[in-house]
Write a protein that binds this ligand. Structure first.
Ligand SMILES: [Zn+2]
Length: 78
C-alpha cells in the first residue's frame, strides 16, 4: 500500500496540461534567430525545420536544396 496523498485522475490531467502548455511555449518562442543567416525574426516570420529555426529565405533555400537532392536521386539522364 502506498502512503501519502494520491492524485486524482483529474488533478493529474490538469498537471500534464500545464506542463504541455509550458513546453509548447518554450518550443514556440516569440522571437528567434535564423540558424542559417543569423537574422532576427519575430513571431510568424520564422519556420522551425528539423529543430532548426529558419527565416523564409533560408527555408526556401533548404527546400530547393532538398529538392535538388531528390531530383538528382530520382531523375534519369533524360
Ligand atoms: Zn535566414
Amino acid at each position: 500500500m502506498t502512503q501519502g496523498v494520491e492524485e486524482t485522475p483529474r488533478e493529474r490531467t490538469k498537471r500534464w496540461q500545464d506542463i504541455a502548455a509550458k513546453k509548447a511555449d518554450e518550443l514556440q518562442p516569440k522571437e528567434a534567430i535564423c540558424s542559417s543567416c543569423g537574422k532576427e525574426l519575430k513571431e510568424g516570420e520564422f519556420i522551425a525545420v528539423q529543430g532548426k529555426i529558419l527565416c523564409a529565405e533560408c527555408y526556401a533555400n533548404e527546400l530547393e536544396a532538398s529538392m535538388d537532392m531528390g531530383a538528382a536521386d530520382g531523375a534519369g539522364a533524360g
